[in-house]
Each structure stands twice: as C-alpha cells, then as structure tokens.
Design a protein around this ligand. Structure first.
Ligand code: EPU
Length: 421
C-alpha cells in the first residue's frame, strides 16, 4: 500500500486548479443508466471511486470511454445484478439502485454495509423506492427489487440526522421514469443533488424545486442522452483552503465553487484567514494568528461533515480551545487518535471534540482510515516538525485527484512512496 512522506514547514503558495466534484460525478454516472442513448460527461475527476463506478457500469453492459476528464457512456444493460465484490469497494454504488429499477423494473444490488465513519443505513432509500411502488426485499445481503409499477406519490426523506443525499438521488432518479407526479419532501439540498437534478433535466426529466427541500417530479416514459459538465468540488477546494490557512500560505484556488462554500469560508474568515473572491476562483491566505473556533456540522447550507476532519487538523495549531460537534455521522472521529500521535491535545466526548491548540505538531507515522480523515492527516503533516508518514493513502486517492502532485506544485514537501507489492 502506498504512503505519503511529508516534511512539514513549507507554506503553500501558488495556484491549484480544483477538480470536478466526486460526489456529483458518482450519481450522475449512475443516472446515465436511465437511458440507452449516449451521455457525455465532462470534468469527471480521475479517482479510484470513479473507476469503480465505471467498472460497475461496464459490468451492467455499458460501453464506456474515459479520457482527459470526459466520460462517454452508452448503457445497453444486459445485467441488472451488481454483486458484492463490485459494490463493497464503494458505498456510493448504492445509487445505481433507483436508475436500475426505473429502467429495468428490477435490480439486485449488494447492501453496502457500514464503514469507519459509522453506521450507513439505507432505510430511507428503500422506503422511498417502495412508496414509488417497487417491491423490495433484502435477500442474502442484497437489496432485491422485482416487479411493481412505479407510480408517483409524496415521499418524505427526512431522517433522524437530516436529509439523505444519496437517498434523495435514488428516489429522484426513479421518480423521473415513474407514472404521474412525485413530490419529495425533506429532500437534501446539497449542491451535488442540485447538479444531478440539472443533469436529469438535461436528459429531458421534468423536475421543479431544484435546490430546495421540496422536489416535484413529473414522470416521463423515456429519458434521452445528454452532454453535461459537472460542478467543481467544494470539499477539495475547502481542503486546500485549510491547507493555505494552516501553513500561513497564499493559494489561488482556480474554479473553486465559491457559492457552494459559504459556511466554510465564513468560518475561515472568523479564524483570521483572508479570503478574496476573484473572477476565476478564490484566493486564501493568512499572515496573522490562527484563532480557535466552534463548528457544528449539519446539512447544506450548514457546515459540511466532509470538512470536519480538516478543521480538526486546523484546530490543533489554532490559538485557544476549539469545539467541533459532529451531527451527521456522530462517530466520524477516526482522525482524532491519529492527530494525537502528532502531539495534538484533544478530548473526545461522544459526538464532539475539544481541541486545545499547541504551537507545533511533531511528525510521526500515522494511519489513514477514511477519505476525509486522510486529508486531515496530510494537512497536519504539512505543519508538523520533521517527517510524517501517512500510511494507506488509497483512502485519499478515492476522493482527491492527484493531491500529492497538486501539493508539491505549491511548495509542499510531499512524496508518494509506492508499495512494493
Ligand atoms: N441515513 C439514514 N438512513 C438512510 C440514509 C442515511 O438514517 O437511508 C443517515 C446517515 O446515517 C447519516 C445521515 O442520514 O447520519 C446523512 O447520510 P446521507 O445519506 O446524506 O449520506 P450519503 O448520501 O451516504 C453523502 C456523501 C458523503 C457525505 C454525506 C453527508 C456521496 C457519495 N457521499 O453520503 O460523502 O458525507 O452525503 O453529506 O455523495 C465523502 O465524500 O467523504 C463522504 C462520506
């Protein structure tokens, strides 16, 4: 397994071009299953999760061509079963369920199971699709949908921890080809859900209320092929912004989706970071002290759970005590014990952490556990004394396109050491 070797101490200075959004690209690729016609998707980031999704589409019968950020895909669908071996690698593969049911009237998709960020149930996906008329059972660890005519109805997707992003995607995609009108109440409003809705509209779908908690979908019989460009990744942009803040750097984040980053940028400003919105992106720099802060994660437009770990890394060197409350995935704190290995002073209490900033972290070997936790460890390594080794970086390769090359280009001392096996 590859690792990163990072020598801390250099400020990040220069320009980083932000890639296409992973969490938009995955459901949009799944949505191409809704039509037999060709879809052309631009700005698709080159990530292992994207490669897994393309493998799944190919397994289902698609012709796929992926070059220079553009995917051309034509879904014949000769198979409606996605086995465990393919699906287990990536939770987001569950978003093929809605399109398969809508297009084939049946689907068998292995249950994705939990992961290190905590329990990841799909009860809301299943009950939403059942309300549309799909007959769904769980058989031998697979979600099996068979028969049933999809008919529009009113569905509430609000759960205990807020709305569900991929659940909204699944139900919205199935509703596009259902008979009659579907109203989704408590829909997730994340920009990635909005992006999927716009892609579906470009395929002929009739959706109103896009970007709101109430989506109204008039079902149609067929969707057609489309050409579409995905939004840029607000979490990648936010991660580099935190990198500039932590290292006292000065980064221009080209193509950063400023409008999707309001809560993160506000918090960075509160911490003493300078944010300048420019025509083609965002400039982030810091010269003064980094102030402690309080954040609480919530659904969009609140503070994103996918930026929580990176802000924890920042708090380890901020002046004073920071408080971080995680409301979406209450156990998403795997990075805390690793940050402590770098000398961070952190107390973990249920779903919140108190972080007492120290002057300097000290480099050590650490283990990446999930995508955003790995990003937090890389950020910490950039400001730690001596050398930090981040092991198991395949987690970071799932969601950050060429992060080591991008960091190297703006002054970080980071090296990927390839595993021998
Ligand atoms: N939930 C339920 N029942 C469900 C579905 C979700 O109770 O049927 C709960 C979850 O346990 C969680 C909350 O609802 O407490 C929100 O989960 P959600 O369904 O919104 O998460 P997701 O759709 O599986 C997406 C992103 C995650 C991101 C979350 C929250 C993709 C591919 N994944 O996951 O991204 O953290 O929304 O914004 O879009 C990441 O990129 O690192 C990542 C984990």
């Amino acid at each position: 397994m590859d690792k990163f070797v990072i020598k801390g101490g250099n400020p990040l200075i220069g320009k980083v071009t932000i890639s296409g959004s992973k969490n938009s690209a995955l459901p949009i690729l799944a949505a191409t299953l809704l039509t037999p016609e060709e879809c052309i998707i631009h700005r698709v980031p080159d990530l292992s999760d994207i490669r897994y999704m393309l493998e799944i589409l190919k397994f289902l019968g698609a012709q796929v061509h992926y070059e220079k950020g553009t995917v051309r895909v034509k879904n014949k669908i000769i198979n409606w079963i996605a086995p465990y071996d393919l699906v287990r690698k990536m939770r987001a593969s569950i978003c093929i369920l809605g399109p398969l049911i809508a297009r084939c009237g049946k689907a068998r998709v292995s249950l994705p199971g939990g992961c290190v960020i905590g329990d990841r149930p799909i009860d809301l996906h299943i009950s939403g699709l059942q309300k549309l008329g799909a007959n769904i059972d769980i058989i031998k660890g697979d979600v099996v949908a068979q028969g049933g005519q999809l008919r529009g109805t009113t569905i509430n997707l609000r759960g205990l921890y807020g709305s569900t992003v991929l659940g909204t995607d699944n139900v919205m995609m199935a509703a596009c080809r259902s008979e009659g009108t579907t109203i989704i109440e408590g829909a997730a409003c994340e920009p990635e859900v909005e992006d999927l809705a716009k892609f579906l509209v470009s395929m002929g779908a009739k959706i109103s209320g896009i970007g709101s908690q109430r989506l109204i979908i008039e079902g149609i019989k067929e969707l057609h092929g489309s050409e579409y460009t995905i939004i840029t990744d607000r979490i990648e942009a936010g991660t580099f912004a935190v990198g500039a803040a932590m290292t006292k750097g000065d980064l221009f984040l080209e193509q950063a989706p400023v409008n999707h980053m309001t809560s993160v940028l506000e918090k960075l400003r509160d911490c003493g970071v300078t944010i300048q919105v420019e025509e083609k992106g965002l400039r982030v720099s810091r010269s003064g002290p980094l102030k402690a802060f309080e954040i609480e994660t919530s659904s969009y437009p609140g503070f994103p759970t996918d930026m929580q770990a990176q802000f924890c890394a920042m708090a380890t060197i901020a002046c004073g005590k920071s408080k971080v409350v995680e409301n979406i995935f209450p156990n998403r704190f795997m990075h805390i014990s690793e940050l402590k290995r770098l000398g961070a002073n952190i107390e973990l209490l249920k779903n919140e952490v108190h972080i007492y900033g120290i002057e300097r972290l000290s480099g050590a070997p650490v283990m990446a556990s999930d995508l955003r936790a790995s990003a937090a460890l890389v950020l910490a390594g950039l400001v730690a004394d001596n050398t930090t080794e981040v092991h198991r970086v395949y987690h970071i390769d799932r969601g950050y396109e060429k992060i080591d090359e991008k960091l190297l280009a703006v002054g970080a001392m980071i090296k990927r050491v390839y595993s021998k096996t």
